[in-house]
Design a protein around this ligand. Structure first.
Ligand code: EPU
Length: 347
């Protein structure tokens, strides 16, 4: 246990005050034991893995931060079994290097493997839900460890039954891979175009991984300590899904402000999904907003990433998030919801 470790050191946004204590758990056994003991004693606990989806307040966390650092990766037949603390992109790289397809579109996503089922991580037309076979969970109410199949996880767009609750902790996850070494069918137009492929085609996983890393890099969505544009939590807002009865009103608000422009939109389960990045930009928050001197600003390459330019506080980032959210609400009547978990403050 270490005392007073700044949580900023453990998150990709690099803000956040200290935790009273930090417990580093390098194996599944120590992780389970530590969490069970803290829960039995009623100690407030903050679970931290890759830190890519956390915005911790400047006052820090009055309790014990438990770092999920079990990071085993085992390929067995066409399945890969990964412990929760494994670095996600290392998992993708290993499976691709071993000649398996399936995870390549999820290359370059920051964070840990155990976090991927929690918000059904997705990018470039593929979601974890397509490949996930089961997750190992610690039930923090009973202390029991068990496996659950995807049908029990309620996986949806950037969500699952595991999101926004603390009573179940992912210990490991297992994914089914393609033994032919080919990618998932290419469903994302921009990616297919970068590969000179038609939508729905499959390509060697290694080629697709390179193309995805290239696209993400061009949007500053690949972590690089030397580049402040990547000091972010990835997309800060989810893409809003507009209920069918509200679509006409929102499109009218957009047309009133912008005239007759094509609006990027995608069919979704409960309505129409709009692009948060597009709405932010069109509401007047361009790339790099509010300007070069601001400690917290939008990425200069993508409006959806809120970035710390080196000296930002959590309060700076929250203030920026509020002005963007409120500006989009005023302009188009659409409320954006944050994707990261906020610790110690609300938007
Ligand atoms: N756009 C702008 N300005 C910008 C950025 C984008 O107008 O600064 C417009 C683009 O022109 C395009 C639309 O917004 O019309 C969509 O942009 P993009 O293709 O970059 O995708 P996105 O919807 O912003 C989503 C995910 C990303 C994922 C990419 C690729 C969410 C919230 N974001 O971004 O996921 O990598 O698609 O699949 O679902 C993440 O969740 O952290 C994340 C990075």
């Amino acid at each position: 246990m270490r005392e007073g470790v700044p949580l900023a050191e453990l998150t990709t946004l690099r803000v956040g005050g200290p935790a009273t204590l930090l417990a580093e758990c390098a194996s599944t056994e120590t992780l389970v034991e530590a969490v069970r003991a803290l829960d039995d004693a009623g100690v407030p606990t903050l679970l931290v893995a890759g830190g890519s989806n956390l915005l911790v307040c400047d006052a820090g966390f009055d309790g014990v931060a438990v770092r999920i650092a079990n990071d085993g990766v085992q390929i067995d037949g066409t399945r890969v079994l990964v412990q929760a603390g494994a670095v996600w992109d290392d998992v993708v790289a290993k499976t691709v290097a071993a000649g398996f397809g399936g995870l390549e579109c999820l290359s370059g996503i920051p964070g840990s493997a155990g976090a991927t089922p929690v918000q059904n991580v997705g990018a470039y037309g593929v979601e974890i839900a397509a490949l996930l076979r089961r997750v190992q969970l610690l039930d923090r109410t009973s202390g029991d460890v068990s496996w659950a199949g995807p049908e029990r996880l309620g996986l949806g767009y950037r969500t699952s039954v595991l999101k926004h609750r603390d009573d179940a902790l992912v210990l490991a996850a297992e994914f089914e891979l393609h033994s032919d070494g080919l990618s998932e069918p290419l469903r994302y137009r921009e990616l297919a175009a970068a590969l000179g492929a038609g939508e729905g085609e499959r390509r060697p996983a290694a080629q697709v991984r390179e193309a995805v890393l290239g696209l993400r890099g061009s949007k500053a969505m690949v972590l690089d300590a030397a580049d402040h544009d990547t000091w972010s939590a990835g997309s800060f807002f989810t893409n809003p899904v507009i209920a069918p009865d509200r679509v006409a009103g929102v499109l009218a608000a957009i047309a009133q402000r912008l005239g007759d422009v094509p609006v990027p939109r995608y069919p979704a389960d409960q309505g129409v999904k709009l692009s948060a990045g597009w709405l932010i930009e069109r509401a007047g928050f361009g790339k790099g907003y509010p300007g070069a001197d601001a400690p917290a600003r939008l990425s200069t390459k993508h409006t959806l990433a809120l970035t710390n330019r080196g000296a930002a506080t959590a309060a700076d980032l929250v203030a920026l998030a509020r002005s963007v959210r409120d500006g989009v609400q005023t302009a188009f009547g659409v409320r954006l919801e944050p994707e990261p978990v906020l610790v110690g403050h609300a938007l």
